[in-house]
Design a protein around this ligand. Sequence first.
Ligand code: B16
Ligand code: MG
Length: 215
Amino acid sequence: MINACIFDLDGVIVDTAKYHYLAWKELARGLSFDVTEKDNERLKGVSRMRSLEILLEIGKKDICEKTKLKYSDSKNKRYLEYILKMTPDEVLPGIIDFLNELISRDIKVALGSASKNAMTILNQIKLTDYFEVVIDGTKVSKAKPDPEVFLKGAEALGVKPKECIVFEDAEAGIEAALNGGFKCIGVGSPDVLGKADYVIHDFENITYNDILSKF
Ligand code: B16
Ligand code: MG
């Protein structure tokens, strides 16, 4: 019996990856190197500090912890400038219909995101009220692929992992869901998300029955 759904934010509900990319690119440019869109794929779903470390590996820069904090803060300030301009139009296609269907069927709904900016983004896109529970980067100590974010979400909803479907766009997130004993739907390309139980391209014209039929 499936009683609940947990949604990742970036890449599932909205495409904030493009703003992360712009902000990281500006930081890299200031350090005299460039990042490509392919590099950016490695930053999806991982924490802010781990993203910075991957970026510095790409640019072959070796810096001390104090400077890392300064760089991650400055990237986040730039990122905030982008997300504070977001509007509800940026919610990805099909998401609102799908959330409304879940709510009308009494399926519990939570958000499980690595982002410390998740509440700001939900407020910008006016989706806060859809989520009974929000577990974000401010509430976890272990990053995906550790299942902590989803386990805390399930616990707060009062459901067992096996009763819950996680929707994720990143490989690290799919691994986190499977490591926690959740059912998992990948959102994006099967080439990247092949470990998921099933992969959808996006939520356009997807009903809850379509998802249930995969389990
Ligand atoms: P922040 P998700 C993740 O969000 C992003 O995919 C990842 O690129 C980002 O580094 C991470 O949040 C932390 O974000 O800097 O805002 O705390 O996909 O888990 O919703
Ligand atoms: Mg994501």
